[in-house]
Design a protein around this ligand. Structure first.
Ligand code: NAP
Ligand code: MG
Length: 501
């Protein structure tokens, strides 16, 4: 049995009394059918503050037996409960209330996210939490806009389509934007009238648990939202395999994406996968450098590089390569790394020891492959999983540091000859999540945007995401699009009705 965590030590510097209360209120439980329960096995696991490596809380380790219970509750809520049958305006009002509750608890949720994940509090407060609220608000609007069609079939028939919820959804999310990823999954699922079982990442379960508490307080009917904390093998795999789950939505590594796809075979559940990336950020000589340089920096180092759409391959036209790298290196000196709760901090630690070891491993791999470091290239001394922002030069696109997703603050800068070469190298990857192009030539911007094989292309900006626009990958970055009206397709199915007149 693990020792009781010392919240004072693990959450040192935390200011929100609600956060301290939440952390001190004992081991966190699973939410099944509207009740908070311990896992059937009685097992718990630790969630750690990556800034100081101390245990923040013990969390129930859900397993197959718990997933079975959650599926029963979600099935009952779907087949017999009022949520799927609720009028669209009532459902919308509920989603608006969720958004308002997130806003009302924004300081608390941001601090909890920062403690559990290690991201700077300022960024969690400015980005993650408001974006989660906005996602619920956006999908609240969709509740009343999920239309079927009337079809010009034979005159003896009245033929129309209905868009109906898919049913019980399993939703497995990663640790890089924990609350926001929960919102991307849960908001459209609920808007479309589904019931859901969410499995947050083992590294960052806390904001999902707090969201579950808020949903209970708001009176969401029992079994509509269920929460199973636990590990991938166990909780996650049981969701992917479960014969009575109708749809699984996953965000995470390509490796686990394949496992999910395989596990879903049994009942041919619907699958959507949002996987990793190795996104190219292409800088032409006519780009506005005052914007391109800092944006390329944030594009790769934001969230300590733990972003699926991070611009990790920075392609720079050969004539300006040395100068660009020099400026990028200079800017990166200002990427203050430190205590996530300190307002001056721009970059926190990596999420876990595992991620820390993985990223450090790539720093060695890059050097062995012959690339050189202009800044960083090592971990910081002391406690916490801090790796310094690192820029590699003399990289070529075939090196492992240019091909494999590192998911840390590591930039590979690669020269290119001309437009064709930039597009060829940019597309020469197994991934296709995002890409960016920097140029003042409007024709070139559009041409390159079209030529890049990526689910999102940014022109003269980096990292813009809006619930209004689809997000997802080409190639091995997955399939299915989240956000926008596309998520309504993921969480509904279409029924054709023929009526003989
Ligand atoms: P991961 O294993 O793919 O984790 C994502 C989610 O899947 C977590 O909730 C995880 O549970 C769960 N999971 C793991 N194995 C599973 C299985 N067999 N069946 C069902 N669910 C399973 O990612 P990670 O290991 O945390 O990170 C590894 C790498 O993935 C990173 O270095 C990065 O390259 C990539 N990644 C990508 C994204 C993205 O947004 N595309 C996000 C995070 C990581 P556990 O928490 O217990 O593992
Ligand atoms: Mg944690």
């Amino acid at each position: 049995m693990a020792a009781t965590p010392s919240v004072e030590i693990a959450a040192r510097g935390a200011k929100q009394s609600a956060v301290l209360e939440f952390l001190k209120s004992g081991p966190k439980k699973l939410l099944i059918g509207g009740k908070w329960v311990a896992s059937k096995s009685g097992k718990t696991f630790e969630t750690i503050n990556p800034a100081n490596e101390e245990v923040l809380a013990l969390v129930a380790e859900g397993d197959k037996a718990d997933v079975d219970e959650a599926v029963k509750a979600a099935r009952k809520a779907f087949e017999e409960g009022k949520w799927p049958k609720l009028g669209p305006h009532q459902r919308a009002r509920f989603l608006f209330k969720i958004a308002d509750a997130i806003d009302a608890h924004a300081d608390e949720l941001a601090e909890l996210e920062s403690l559990d994940n290690g991201k700077p509090l300022s960024q969690a407060r400015a980005i993650d939490v408001p974006a989660a609220a906005e996602t619920f608000r956006y999908y609240a609007g969709w509740c009343s806009k999920i239309y079927g069609e009337t079809n010009p079939s034979d005159p003896s028939m009245f033929n129309y389509t209905l868009r109906e919820p898919v049913g019980v959804c399993g939703q497995i999310i990663p640790w890089n934007f924990p609350l926001l990823m929960a919102a991307w999954k849960v908001a459209p699922a609920l808007a479309c009238g589904n019931t859901t079982i969410l499995k947050p990442a083992e590294q960052t379960p806390l904001t999902a648990i707090r969201l579950g508490e808020l949903l209970c307080e708001l009176g969401l009917p029992d079994g509509v939202f269920n929460l199973i904390t636990g590990f991938g093998p166990g909780a996650g795999s049981s969701i992917a395999e479960h014969p009575d789950i109708d749809k699984v939505a996953f965000t995470g590594s390509a490796e686990v994406g394949r496992l999910i796809l395989h596990a879903s075979e049994g009942n041919l559940k619907k699958v959507s996968l949002e996987l990793g990336g190795k996104s190219p950020n292409i800088i032409f000589p006519d780009a506005e450098m005052e914007a391109a340089v800092p944006n390329a920096m944030m594009g790769v180092f934001y969230n300590s590089g733990q972003v699926c759409a991070a611009g990790t391959r920075i392609f720079v036209q050969r004539d300006i390569y040395d100068n660009f790298v020099e400026q990028l290196t200079k800017y990166t000196q200002g990427m203050t790394m430190g205590d996530p709760l300190d307002p001056k901090t721009k970059m926190g630690p990596l999420v876990s020891k595992e991620q820390f070891d993985k990223v450090k491993g790539y720093l060695d791999i890059g050097r062995k492959e012959g690339a050189k470091v202009t800044i960083g290239g090592e971990a910081a001394a002391g406690k916490g999983y801090y790796v310094k922002p690192t820029i590699f030069v003399d990289v070529n696109n075939d090196m492992r540091i240019a091909r494999e997703e590192i998911f840390g603050p590591v930039a590979a800068t690669i020269p290119f000859k001309d437009e064709n070469d930039a597009v060829f190298q940019g597309n020469n990857t197994t991934y296709g999540l995002a890409a960016a192009v920097w140029t003042r030539d409007v024709g070139r911007a559009h041409k390159v945007a079209r030529a890049l094989k990526a689910g999102t292309v940014w022109v003269n900006c980096y990292g813009m995401v809006d619930p209004i626009s689809p997000f997802g990958g080409y190639k091995q970055s997955g399939f299915g699009r989240e956000l926008g009206k596309y998520a309504v397709d993921l969480y509904t199915q279409v029924k054709t009705v023929f009526v003989k007149l």
